[in-house]
Structures are given as C-alpha cells and as structure tokens.
Design a protein around this ligand. Structure first.
Ligand SMILES: [Zn+2]
Length: 141
C-alpha cells in the first residue's frame, strides 16, 4: 500500500468543499500538487491559504478504461486540465456541463478513499452530477 505524502495528507484533511492550497511565503507562488517544498524556489516556507475556487478548462478528455472498480463501474469518466485563477494548472474531475474554454467552479473534496481531489463544474450549474456526487460520498468497502 502506497502512503500519501505529508503534504497530500494535509490537502486531503482540508478538502471539505473550499479550495485551500499551498502558497510560498518566500516567492508567493501558489502550487499544485501539494509538496514539501516550493516548486519555484525550493524553500519550505509553505503556508496553506484559501484561494479563489475558480479556473478555466484548458482541455478535457473522457476515460474509457480504469484499473479501479469505482471508475470501471461508472465509465466513461470526464477529466480536465484546469488553469486555476490562483496560478497552477491541475487535473480535475469534470462535471458533464463544462467544456474546454469554460470558466469553472472548483472544489477540493475527499473521494471514496479519503483522498483529496479537485472537482471542476460548470458555473451554469451541474450540481446534480450523479457520478461526482458518488465520487465524494461512496465509501469503499
Ligand atoms: Zn517559492
């Protein structure tokens, strides 16, 4: 069993609907994914900070295969690359109503394994996206 890094565990602990990311006190960079040091200047002067839960979909794709039972039962599954307003580019689970070029609302949530994940959804509202609701509510047995 692979353990999460300390930084990823802290992100997961905070992942309850807002968007809290590491910001470097030395150079000001906001980074994703969470790491032990700043990816820009390599200092460890990282602080957790709420950032705007907003971004733009750069690209999206549809997964048609997965090694994980959860996803295999729900294929196809949408994934996006999102440029966060706070700076970094991140992979996110993508709601059905959002397309490349669209502004999206982001949330950090814990998935069915308790891992912090990013979810991106259309501003026009696809809150009822069933698969995304299951992603953050189903508990793996
Ligand atoms: Zn830095």
């Amino acid at each position: 069993m692979v353990e999460m890094s300390a930084a990823m565990r802290e992100f997961s602990r905070r992942a309850d609907g807002g968007l809290s990311l590491q910001k470097c006190a030395a150079c000001g960079a906001v980074q994703w994914p969470p790491r032990d040091v700043c990816g820009e200047c390599w200092t460890d002067a990282l602080r957790w900070e709420e950032v705007p839960p907003a971004g733009v979909v750069v690209a999206s794709t549809m997964l048609h295969a997965s090694m994980a039972d959860f996803f295999r039962d729900r294929l196809p599954w949408r994934i996006a690359i999102v440029r966060l307003e706070a700076g970094p580019v991140a992979y996110a689970h993508l709601g059905d109503a959002a397309a490349p070029g669209d502004a999206v609302r982001l949330e950090a949530r814990r998935d069915f394994k308790g891992r912090g994940v990013l979810i991106a959804q259309s501003l026009s509202g696809d809150e009822d996206d069933r698969k995304l609701a299951e992603l953050i509510s189903e508990k793996e047995s």
